[in-house]
Design a protein around this ligand. Structure first.
Ligand code: MG
Ligand code: MG
Length: 248
């Protein structure tokens, strides 16, 4: 079901998303070579709880952690582990969600660790930029196909693969609400966005093929060609004449 938020609901979503933003900033300030992804998870859990919120990923469909940590060829949904030690040159995608007074925040960043090769560095930059290329066109009445097309055409103009198997989503009382928000699409097609809808826009961009598969752990999504992937996400409020990014 698509939900249109009231001003009071939007205020709670602002707060939930500020907590997510601050958690990701804390991770960005802390992450370095030699840490385990489990340590990042602990940081996130402690901070979110300290803010009076709940980590929304923890226990979601049985997910065992408060954040997803996806390294290099891992696209999304990597499980934090004591066995995964962050190395110089890695790119690490961290996805984080919180629930504050019943409302959800959701955002993701990809961090560069030490001396990252030029190719991977560019992938991370273009992935982030593809999100903003989408946001640029947003306002009440814009179609989902226009948003997807803006993201896809920008990423593909750099030769990258846009993941299709996973998409963004509406967000509110539930982390995943309607509509689905693909990072690809045909201009002039799809549902029209309405004022006071809140959606999570989250391009997952691969250096090579857009094809992905799931590891045997039942969670971690990786690129089919083992080339790196980056992820960038924010929760966005649709307004009359634009959009407000709630998790920045
Ligand atoms: Mg997310
Ligand atoms: Mg999301």
């Amino acid at each position: 079901m698509i939900t249109i938020k009231t001003p009071a609901e939007i205020d709670l979503m602002r707060k939930a998303n500020q907590i997510v933003r601050d958690t990701l900033n804390l991770i960005g300030d802390s992450i370095k070579e030699g840490m385990t992804t489990k340590q990042l998870d602990r940081l996130a859990y402690d901070y979110i709880v300290k803010c009076g919120a709940k980590p929304s990923f923890l226990g979601y469909n049985g997910f065992p952690a408060s954040i997803c940590t996806s390294v290099n060829e891992q696209v999304v949904h990597g499980i934090p582990s004591e066995k995964v030690i962050i190395k110089d040159g890695d790119i690490v995608s961290v996805d984080c969600g919180s629930i504050y007074k019943g409302y959800n925040g959701d955002a993701a960043r990809t961090y560069l660790i030490g001396n990252v090769g030029e190719d991977a560095r560019k992938l991370v930059e273009i992935t982030q930029q593809s999100f903003f290329e989408g946001v640029k066109i947003l306002r009440e009445g814009v179609r989902l196909g226009d948003l997807g097309h803006a993201i896809q055409s920008f990423a593909e103009s750099h030769g990258y693969g846009v993941v299709r198997a996973l998409v963004g989503h509406g967000i509110g009382r539930d982390m995943h609400e309607d509509p689905e928000v693909p990072n690809y699409g045909r201009a002039g097609h799809g549902m029209r966005l309405r004022k006071n809808m809140t959606i999570a826009i989250e391009p997952m961009i691969n250096m090579g093929t857009h094809d992905v598969y799931m590891l045997d752990d039942g969670w971690t999504v990786v690129t089919a060609d083992n080339l790196p992937s980056a992820h960038y996400e924010n929760t966005v409020l649709i307004t009359e004449d634009g959009a407000e990014i709630l998790s920045l």
